[in-house]
Design a protein around this ligand. Structure first.
Ligand code: SF4
Ligand code: SF4
Length: 297
């Protein structure tokens, strides 16, 4: 149980996996469902898979509560003030600025700009100002008394996944006890951003050679950034025993195994993952939750 008088509230969990298709979002949604149902905790699910957020598809009766536009500041150059000195070009680490003195041309490429502000510092002629440009939407949905889903959705064509994730995570619910962040698949910057403030990371894998390969990469990444983590094997019984062998060799905590079921896979396809879950699966999730909450002492 989360003790409300602790300074450590909220308890931040992140759900990650080295590859897509392991059932990471299914696990995140089930953990969210059982913690908010069985404990008197306020739980927030953050869908940080901003290129393809889909947790909402599995949560019935979600009611839109708030909507926000995620923006980034993009510099714009006033060519009437610009002396074409090219200092801003030299300051920009992302090659986002083109200045051609003989043509009187100076422009910022918004798709390369990371809004670091260096060019504004570089320009001594006051030729650069900034304007807010939309990079995505952040929506929050209420789910009963104890639950909220906050979804970050990247604008089509934008490459600012990490920035949208950062802004999504700023939308923390008031008095929340547990935050579950569903990371994008892989081990790249958006994943690191999602797990960066987690107290504990749950890795979801499947018992196949591909699952094991991607699990090893994710384990390496989490060890590098020194995050405590454990593993859930989803679709257990489907493949071989090599993932379990790897975990015991590496002394990695196995949080639980969710059995593979054809029936469950068809429920996923129709968005009904929380209806009529088998007793075995429900027991597994409840055991995993007890282990996770025990990590918050
Ligand atoms: S804000 Fe940073 S990334 Fe964007 S154009 Fe200026 S220097 Fe380059
Ligand atoms: S630093 Fe300022 S004046 Fe110089 S090229 Fe860039 S925008 Fe123009």
């Amino acid at each position: 149980m989360i003790k409300k008088d602790q300074n450590t509230v909220p308890f931040r969990l992140a759900i990650a996996s080295g590859k897509g298709g392991t059932g990471k979002t299914t696990v995140a949604v089930n953990l969210f469902h059982y913690i908010s149902k069985d404990y008197s905790h306020r739980v927030q699910l953050m869908d940080c898979d901003v290129e393809e957020p889909n947790a909402l598809l599995f949560l019935k009766n979600a009611v839109l509560d708030a909507e926000d536009v995620a923006t980034q500041l993009i510099p714009v150059i006033d060519t009437d003030k610009c002396t074409f000195c090219r200092k801003c070009v030299n300051y920009c680490e992302f090659n986002a600025i083109v200045v051609i003195p003989f043509a009187g041309f100076a422009e910022v490429n918004p798709s390369l700009c990371h809004s670091c502000g260096a060019c504004l510092v570089a320009c001594e002629d006051g030729a650069i100002t900034e304007y807010p440009s939309e990079i995505g939407k952040i929506r929050s949905y209420k789910l009963g008394q104890n639950g909220i889903l906050t979804e970050g959705r990247l604008k089509i064509g934008s490459a600012m996944q990490t920035m949208v994730i950062k802004k999504t995570k700023q939308h923390t619910w008031k008095d929340v006890d547990v935050i579950i962040s569903d990371a994008p698949p892989g081990t790249s910057c958006p994943v690191v951003e999602t797990v960066s403030d987690a107290d504990y990371v749950v890795l979801v894998t499947e018992p196949t050679p591909f699952g094991l390969y991607d699990l090893k990469l994710t384990v390496e990444m989490l060890r590098e950034i020194q995050k405590p983590f454990g593993v859930i094997i989803n679709k257990a019984g489907l493949g071989d025993h090599k993932v379990q062998d790897f975990l015991s060799q590496q002394k990695i905590e196995l949080l639980g195994e969710i059995p593979y079921s054809k029936e469950y896979a068809s429920k996923y396809a129709s968005g009904n993952i929380l209806d009529n879950v088998s007793i075995e699966t429900e027991v597994q999730y409840k055991t995993i939750i007890r282990k996770l909450l025990d990590h918050h002492t």
